[in-house]
Design a protein around this ligand. Structure first.
Ligand code: EPU
Length: 306
């Protein structure tokens, strides 16, 4: 970015912009080189003008949410890395009807927080999200899921903001598959998920809270929380589990530098302290090779590598 571009970027946002700022503090892996520019968008009204500027200047950009499911390479990220602030964390819950309720929530809202809030309001449907880190926007783009449920099944509407303004999509206009919102590919680098609406069912607050607690404990027992990670590293292949295949290849505990295949769950590649992205990527490639050799299956990363 040249000086003019940097000054213009700063002038478009109410929150300060950081330049050459390490992304390791902003990712759940605690790994990542510097962002050329790291900018938080606090006001919705700032987003479309910002995207117009980025488009005019042909500057690459990306929203990173809470940096979960994201491996940032050591050389860092060119262009503008975006975080969604204040006005993207609004939430409006409507549980006035007898059997159903709905939530309109900003894309920057925490998924764990949303699951908890809905439980407190006696709304059922997001129990599976308890313990899934990340933002609501990221969860929709990835079609986050657990325990046989996924976000697409409770989604009613998605709001996108692009350089030309806001667009609204109804659920039946959108296609989701395992861990992916298919249509979003054509909006990547053009539009930002700003808000979503979810359709939930009314339920008993204590029952919902209990279910959240049960799933959280199950997650804690099966998945490592002692080290930074990106959650499940690989997608599950059809009809099998990446964790089982990695385990069967004898890779649990295997390490490259400070990057390690978790001893608890094979599909978690963890940062045991100061791992580089290169170490993590080398570990990924070795895991892929050994699993391929052992079982013939090609594992595909679920984690986005940028
Ligand atoms: N297994 C092993 N060894 C291991 C790990 C797992 O043998 O080291 C076996 C388990 O015993 C089980 C099977 O593999 O029979 C599946 O494992 P698990 O129940 O842990 O589920 P998973 O398929 O590894 C998926 C999601 C998780 C989600 C859990 C619970 C993917 C890639 N992962 O894990 O999602 O929390 O189910 O529903 O779909 C994420 O996406 O980041 C994530 C954590």
């Amino acid at each position: 970015m040249d000086r003019y571009q940097k000054e213009r970027l700063v002038s478009l946002l109410s929150s300060p912009v950081k330049f050459d700022s390490s992304l390791s503090r902003y990712t759940s892996f605690a790994i990542g080189g510097p962002a050329e520019a790291l900018a938080r968008v606090d006001k919705k009204s700032e987003l479309a003008p910002l995207l117009r500027f980025l488009e005019t200047e042909s500057l690459p950009w990306r929203v990173i949410g809470r940096g979960t499911n994201l491996l940032v390479k050591d050389q860092g990220v060119e262009g503008v890395t975006l975080l969604l602030g204040k006005e993207f964390e609004d939430i409006v819950i409507d549980n006035s009807s007898q059997a159903r309720g709905s939530v309109r929530v900003g894309a920057g809202y925490s998924l764990i927080g949303l699951s908890r809030k809905c439980a407190e309001c006696g709304l059922s449907g997001l129990e599976f999200c308890s313990g899934i880190p990340g933002t609501v926007g990221g969860a929709v783009i990835m079609n986050a899921g657990a325990w046989g449920s996924e976000i697409a099944s409770v989604l009613r509407r998605v709001y996108l903001i692009s350089a030309s303004g806001q667009q609204v999509f109804e659920r039946d206009q959108l296609k989701f598959v395992y861990r992916k919102w298919l249509d979003f590919e054509s909006y990547q680098g053009k539009a930002v998920v700003s808000e979503v609406e979810l359709a939930l069912e009314k339920g008993n607050t204590d029952t919902i809270k209990n279910q959240c607690q049960v799933l959280l404990e199950k997650r804690k027992a099966q998945q490592p929380t002692n080290y930074p990670s990106g959650g499940s590293f690989f997608k599950n292949p059809d009809g099998d589990s990446a964790g089982r295949l990695i385990d069967a290849a004898g890779l649990k505990g295997f390490r490259i530098g400070a990057a390690q295949v978790s001893e608890l769950h094979g599909n978690f590649l963890v940062n045991t302290g100061g791992a580089t992205a290169e170490e993590m990527l080398q570990l990924m490639r070795i895991v892929q090779l050994k699993v391929k050799k052992n079982s013939g299956v090609e594992l595909e990363p679920e984690v986005h590598i940028i």
